[in-house]
Write a protein that binds this ligand. Structure first.
Ligand SMILES: [Fe+2]
Ligand SMILES: [Fe+2]
Length: 277
């Protein structure tokens, strides 16, 4: 059995003492160990919620990071105060590239705030562009190399290019694949590589049906036409998996998906627990 808990998200379940913040983090418990996927932006929200979940960070076996953005990595330094020394941290090799958001004439740094040296004093860095099995049955997707359909892109996301700027190619964007008895579960960070691109690569790399998708799909600025393509592909190619869109998925995407798939689409705030046989 694999249990997935939403540990940090923009919102928390009603009538609970759990906290939310703009960001995302997951806790994944398997029979072989447990890991954290992302850390939210402050660390305070993750630590607060972890206590309420009864999680002991010292017992975490591994960390994985979906991409460099601060709302997924900002909690790292506080999390690492509680995890065991030398814990493996899985990420894409492009994690350390500077990333910016253009706001008017200003370029705001939105990437990783921890230096490589600071991280390496706490973790064993495992950077790879290839799929990596973190724990038995828990894989990274590796770099999403084929970007045949639209990406989960923000026009304001830029990286340096010589003296100028160019769009962030989001090469660092990884998702997790959980191999359960019922099929594959895809856990997303922001899905910047593009939801359909990610699913296509998972389908090509792993055996079994995709039974569930959870996380940020970054469909906030997707047009109606693109959302329709998502709906049609999810139904025709993937047999309408259970969908738990959260974080950066966007209201329009939520409405479109629920209109198409009804109860197959469920909210996923902090406090959501998903169990797979
Ligand atoms: Fe995000
Ligand atoms: Fe992001």
């Amino acid at each position: 059995m694999i249990q997935v808990r939403c540990l940090v998200e923009n919102s928390a379940k009603h009538s609970t003492p759990l906290w939310g913040e703009h960001g995302l983090a997951w806790h994944i418990q398997t029979p072989h160990g447990q890991l954290l996927f992302d850390t939210g932006q402050s660390g305070d929200v993750l630590l607060h919620n972890a206590v309420l979940f009864g999680l002991d960070l010292a017992q975490i076996d591994a960390l994985a990071i979906s991409h460099a953005h601060y709302d997924h990595t900002g909690g790292l330094s506080k999390v690492l105060e509680g995890t065991r020394p030398g814990i493996p941290l899985h990420a894409h090799a492009d994690l350390f590239r500077e990333r910016f958001s253009k706001q008017g004439d200003a370029y705001k740094s939105i990437g990783l705030r921890s230096s490589r040296a600071a991280l390496e004093s706490h973790v064993e860095l495992r950077l790879s562009t290839e799929p990596v099995e973190i724990l038995p049955g828990v894989w990274t997707t590796g770099e999403i190399t084929e970007r045949a359909t639209f990406e989960g892109r923000s026009p304001s996301h830029l990286i340096r290019a010589g003296e100028g700027w160019r769009p962030d190619p989001y090469r660092d964007d990884l998702s997790l694949v959980l191999q359960t008895a019922a099929g594959l579960v895809v856990l997303l960070g922001c899905g910047h590589a593009g939801l359909l691109n990610i699913l296509a690569q998972v389908r090509a790399q792993f055996e079994g049906d995709i039974i569930a998708i959870a996380g940020g799909t970054h469909l906030t600025s997707a047009t109606g036409l693109l959302l329709q393509q998502v709906v049609e592909t999810l139904a025709a190619t993937y047999g309408t998996p259970a969908i738990y869109p959260n974080h950066c998925s966007g209201y329009h995407a939520w409405m479109t998906l629920t209109a198409a798939f009804g109860d197959r689409v469920q909210p996923c705030p902090v406090g959501t627990e998903l169990t797979f046989a």
